[in-house]
Design a protein around this ligand. Structure first.
Ligand code: NAP
Length: 451
């Protein structure tokens, strides 16, 4: 079709081709859109790695970029363990895993409940994992879970009483890796273990870490701070005092800066560097070099549920505006599979299986950190200590709360049993006539006597 038209255009002149001037008018715009789409789509991963038999743990693997990473790794045969906030019996999670197993042809996809907004949930899973004898195989950890508060005046606080952005984006990863650290160190030396943490370019604009303020920024004022260590004060109420069930609530901490998301990402990067150094400093009993490498990845801005929530400010008007301007977002934002490319590159590129680790990847190539404190040992040590203190304080308080709730439940059950027993003995003393249940031996005998 185009060849006869082109021939006609050459031999008889351009005007002989129908609608040629309209086509010529719009063609440059179309080319521009294609070029922009290609540019904003970002780099593509060109590395491959055999993933059969590799055990990969993924947080945030149920949505957005994480879901694309899971699909790609599972398609290549990896055994995937999704760490999700929902329980394994959640109907949507079951459907999701079944679909994934079908579409990838891989049955080795499982889920474990790990709610990153609960330190107890993380500890329960991680201790179960490291308690396994012999130690379980672990080839890769991909951290894609994230949360971004679309409205800074309605911030969420976790069950542990910590700002949700700080906990899910940073502290939970610190907690999980701190407990799993022995499981990483016992992996055989020939195993190429990779820890991939996703960050965001917003870290570049994050304010400087102020360790004297970090507690008050991340823990609402009614909570004891990690530095004060007054963890059990609030919980020492009499057991009979009714307490509300712990659940995430929306509160506004006046001290929380708007940039806490960026701060949590910067902290994650500082921790990634410190954790790599911690792993490298470990002397293996077999004298072999460490086999675990930490890689930070910035996937680039993508059209994921998280981005949509953030762009729409979590409001219906925002959603309407987003839908009206959708062509713009379609053009300038990557799709989730495009966002996954740099993570897949970090997971599969052969050279990341050697060396000291601690790299940063963006657009499928290694880049430098834009902030000097990421590689600063002093800052890393201070942040590590503060994180440990926060976790210790909040875990202690959580343990006391759970113990009190358990005691309260037992007391209620005990009271229920004794009131039942009391009403039983009362009815026995008032004539000893037991209510006859239809069909019971007593009622049948009663009926028999009547007849
Ligand atoms: N999208 C972007 O434009 C962009 C840009 C730069 C960097 N990044 C980074 O890329 C990563 C992935 O981002 P995304 O946009 O794909 O994320 P997303 O679509 O918002 O998905 C977030 C994931 O985190 C999970 N999650 C949230 N809270 C959790 C909790 N308490 N416990 C366990 N899991 C929890 C969610 O689980 P549910 O499905 O159960 O809610 C979901 O799977 C993040 O680290 C993000 O910072 C993204």
């Amino acid at each position: 079709m185009p060849i006869p038209l082109i021939t006609k255009g050459i031999t008889e002149g351009l005007s002989s081709i129908p609608h040629i001037y309209t086509v010529l008018k719009f063609a440059p715009w179309l080319l521009l859109i294609v070029a922009l789409k290609y540019y904003f789509g970002g780099a593509r991963n060109g590395s491959e790695r055999l993933m059969h038999s590799k055990v990969v743990m993924v947080t945030g693997g149920t949505s957005g970029i994480g879901a694309s990473v899971v699909y790609e790794l599972a398609s290549r045969g990896a055994q995937v363990i999704l760490l999700t906030q929902q329980s394994q019996s959640d109907i949507f999670l079951i459907d999701y895993i079944e679909d994934l197993r079908k579409s990838t042809g891989n049955q080795l996809i499982y889920a474990e409940q790990v709610d990153l907004s609960s330190l107890h949930s993380i500890r329960t899973f991680a201790t179960k994992w490291i308690d396994n004898v012999p130690p379980r195989r672990l080839d890769m950890l991909v951290f894609c879970a994230t949360t971004a508060s679309p409205n800074s005046s309605k911030r969420k606080v976790t069950v542990d009483g910590i700002d949700e952005e700080w906990q899910v984006n940073y502290l939970a990863n610190f907690h999980l890796l701190s407990i799993l650290s022995p499981a990483l160190r016992v992996q055989p030396p020939h195993r190429d273990v990779r820890i991939i943490m996703t960050t965001c370019s917003s870290y570049i604009a994050a304010p400087k870490l102020d360790f004297s303020q970090l507690d008050s920024h991340t823990i609402p004022p009614n909570k004891p701070t990690a530095n004060s260590r007054t963890t059990t004060k609030q919980s020492r109420k009499p057991a009979s005092t009714p307490r509300p069930k712990p659940k995430p609530n929306r509160t506004r901490n006046p001290q929380t800066p708007k940039s806490l998301f960026a701060l949590s990402k910067l902290s994650l990067m500082i921790f990634a560097n410190s954790f790599q150094k911690h792993l490298n400093a470990f002397k293996r009993p077999d004298g072999q070099p460490p086999s675990t490498r930490v890689i930070l990845v910035d996937p680039g801005y993508s059209r994921t549920p998280g981005t949509r929530r953030w762009l729409t400010c979590g409001s219906l008007w925002g959603l309407l505006l987003y839908l009206l301007t959708w062509p713009l977002w379609w053009l300038v934002l990557k799709s989730p599979p495009q966002g996954a490319q740099s993570i897949l590159y970090a997971a599969m590129e052969a050279r990341f299986g050697r060396g000291e680790g601690g790299w940063m990847i963006k657009e499928c190539r290694e880049v430098d950190f834009a902030r000097t404190e990421i590689t600063d040992d002093g800052v890393g040590k201070q942040l590590w200590e503060l994180s440990e203190r926060q976790i210790e304080a909040m875990e202690k308080e959580g343990a006391v709360k759970r113990a009190l709730a358990k005691k309260e439940k037992e007391e209620e059950e005990q009271m229920g049993r004794s009131s039942k027993a009391a009403s039983g003995s009362k009815s026995a003393s008032s004539g000893g006539v037991k209510e006859q249940t239809a069909g019971s031996r007593r009622s049948r005998r009663g009926n028999g006597n009547k007849s």
